[in-house]
Design a protein around this ligand. Structure first.
Ligand SMILES: Nc1ncnc2c1ncn2[C@@H]1O[C@H](COP(=O)(O)OP(=O)(O)OP(=O)(O)O)[C@@H](O)[C@H]1O
Length: 594
């Protein structure tokens, strides 16, 4: 992490804190008020001693403290005042401390919330390509753990800056006032100390970055092992996963140790430099005292003030490490803010058409891949038509879906929807035209109803109709809480076929003009598949339906079948026409039947 990165991250953090500055100022005032009660304690003690026992007896108590030039009570005060004032003082101090902590945490909490929401926002806007590279655990750590930890570390460091910085300044003023020559000489050691601390900090930043990466790798290992728990157990791979985890955990331990070692170097090094400076100054002070005269009291006052300043300065130097570590974590999390967002330049934000599609000479190549996934692909689908895309694995069927939904942009060719160039539509407007059931069934840890009416206002009657069409109504009705039954993480309490039918019901519920079924019935038994096909047939003519299936029996009733090969359409027609043509489709059918 470079100094520039540190500065940028600090600016970014401050931008998140700024809206909550009132909380921060409130906390600061409360801390100052709490600190201000401290000198009152010795003063009260003095009053108690001087007046509580009657008239002051100078001979017994020795000389008055010269520095405490405070009002002296002349009359003995009533005894009941002792507990009242003492308790009142402690109560005020406690209250201000509590208020300071509370307001600080309020500010921290608000800031963390804002950062988390901004990160989630960035994640939701990020281009699809980001998700193919990002591990699930990474996003969780960056959104959940990192903001809290980063703001906590940085705010604690900031608090130290206030707690020690202000008294250090005051002490410096006092030293300059009493002996400016010697004090200025003391400051000579500062550049040396700054140089050493800079070197230490450089190392802290480097090993801190490595420790952060190691932590991310560990989170991802846990994410893999829990998400793929069935696979892990069926492969008997628990030991393998344990070892993968243990290797990464060891690495994190090593990196953390290096981090702690780097952090701990700051204190002894700064103390060593300080001791050189201190011995020099003390020697000079004695020399000055001998030559110019001066009382041992003056000498003692100067040296003790110097020691106090150094102790504060040491705390300030130590503050750099948590500050840097906090910023390293913050930068890691805020990387999400820099993810390239989706290319959403379309200006038409509302579209409601019949669902006609035209792709002409499309060329699509994924970033980083050698060959284009779609290479001169052309096809036309009239509104209300049911069409099928077939072809060998890797022919480009799913890439057509990616293109239609705007997850990937074509590098060449033209994609029209209802006669409009798709790039003129905003992504939200474009996607509102589709309901998709994808190859990998994705469900949410919520009720059946919430899954069917996903991200829309739930309408029970409409959900029931969608569940009936998806041949799942009988099953849902028999559940203990019907549509209000929770289905577990990714629908873990359902069978594969039930999960797929629920995903179908979700697509049917969405009132979009174009339905895409990408291998959507692969997990269904023949009876359920027939039921879904019957439901689709009932909508035929009202909806544009795109079916993608390896089992050709499921697409034979389509109005038109497009056969894809190496990213382009090589044949099209209905089942009978394509069989009669005796081309690729006929070969695929005979392969399937054979
Ligand atoms: N995100 C991606 N990044 C890079 N290449 C990709 C990506 N997705 C797909 N591809 C490549 O694009 C080509 C077409 O893939 P696509 O998924 O469209 O095929 P498909 O016909 O749907 O295959 P299947 O029937 O196996 O699902 C393949 O060569 C694949 O490796």
């Amino acid at each position: 992490m470079s100094t520039n990165d540190l500065r940028t991250t600090t600016r970014r953090m401050l931008a998140f804190v700024r809206p909550h500055w009132r909380g921060l100022i409130g906390a600061l005032l409360a801390f100052i008020a709490a600190a201000a009660t401290e000198p009152l304690l010795p003063w009260l003690l003095q009053i108690t001693l001087d007046s509580g026992f009657g008239a002051p007896r100078a001979s017994a108590l020795g000389p008055q403290l010269p520095s405490l030039n405070l009002p002296k009570p002349s009359e003995p005060f009533p005894i009941w005042m002792v507990p009242v004032v003492l308790i009142g003082l402690f109560a005020a101090r406690g209250l201000f401390s509590f208020l300071g902590q509370y307001l600080l945490q309020w500010t921290v909490g608000r800031t963390v919330l804002d950062i988390r929401c901004a990160l989630m926002n960035a994640l939701m806007r990020a281009d699809a390509s980001n998700f193919t590279q990002m591990a699930g655990g990474t996003a969780v750590t960056k959104l959940v753990g990192d903001p809290q930890q980063a703001v906590h570390l940085v705010s604690n460091a900031g608090l130290t800056l206030l707690r020690d910085g202000l008294p250090a300044l005051a002490m410096l003023g006092y030293l300059l006032y009493t002996n400016w020559k010697l004090t200025l000489l003391t400051l000579v050691t500062l550049p040396v100390m700054a140089l050493v601390l800079k070197q230490v900090n450089k190392r802290v930043r480097r090993v801190g970055g490595q420790a952060y990466e190691a932590q991310m790798a560990l989170s991802n290992a846990v994410d893999d092992a829990t998400r793929a728990w069935k696979l892990v157990r069926s492969f008997g791979a628990q030991e393998h996963e344990r070892e993968r985890f243990s290797t990464r955990a060891q690495n994190l331990r090593r990196q953390t140790l290096k981090q702690v070692a780097a952090n701990s170097m700051a204190q002894p090094l700064s103390q060593l430099i300080a001791s050189v400076g201190l011995s020099l100054i003390v020697a000079l002070a004695i020399l000055q005292g001998r030559q110019q005269g001066g009382t041992p009291g003056e000498f003692l006052a100067f040296v003790s003030a110097l020691l106090l300043l150094m102790s504060r300065a040491r705390h300030l130097a130590e503050m750099m490490q948590p500050w840097t570590n906090g910023l390293i974590i913050a930068r890691g999390a805020m990387e999400l803010l820099d993810l390239p967002p989706e290319d959403d330049r379309g200006t038409v934000t509302q579209h409601s058409g019949p669902g006609a599609l035209r792709l002409h000479d499309i060329r699509l190549q994924y970033p980083g891949s050698e060959a284009p996934a779609l290479n001169g692909l052309s096809l036309e689908i009239a509104a209300g038509q049911t069409v099928a895309l077939v072809g060998a694995s890797g022919a480009g069927k799913s890439s057509v879906v990616h293109l239609l939904l705007g997850f990937a942009r074509a590098q060449g060719g033209r994609y029209e929807i209802d006669g409009l160039d798709s790039t003129t539509l905003s992504l939200a407007a474009l996607r509102s035209q589709f309901a998709v059931v994808s190859q990998d069934t994705l469900l949410f840890d919520d009720t059946v109803l919430a899954n069917v009416a996903y991200a829309q206002t739930p309408d029970r009657a409409r959900a029931e109709s969608a569940l009936r069409d998806a041949a799942l109504w009988d099953f849902v009705q028999a559940l203990p809480q019907g549509m209000d039954t929770r289905i577990g993480s990714n629908g873990s309490t359902l069978s594969g076929g039930q999960r797929q039918r629920l995903a179908i019901a979700r697509a049917l519920y969405r009132d979009a003009p174009i339905w895409i079924f990408d291998e959507a019935t692969s997990a269904l038994d023949t009876e359920s598949e027939r039921a879904v096909q019957d439901a689709l047939a009932r909508h035929q003519g009202h909806k544009t339906v795109i079916l993608i299936a390896h089992r050709l029996s499921t697409v034979r009733h389509a109005d038109r079948i497009f056969v894809l090969q190496a990213g382009r359409v090589v044949e099209s027609g209905n089942h009978a026409e394509l069989l009669a043509a005796g081309g690729t489709y006929a070969a695929l059918v005979s392969l399937g039947e054979g």
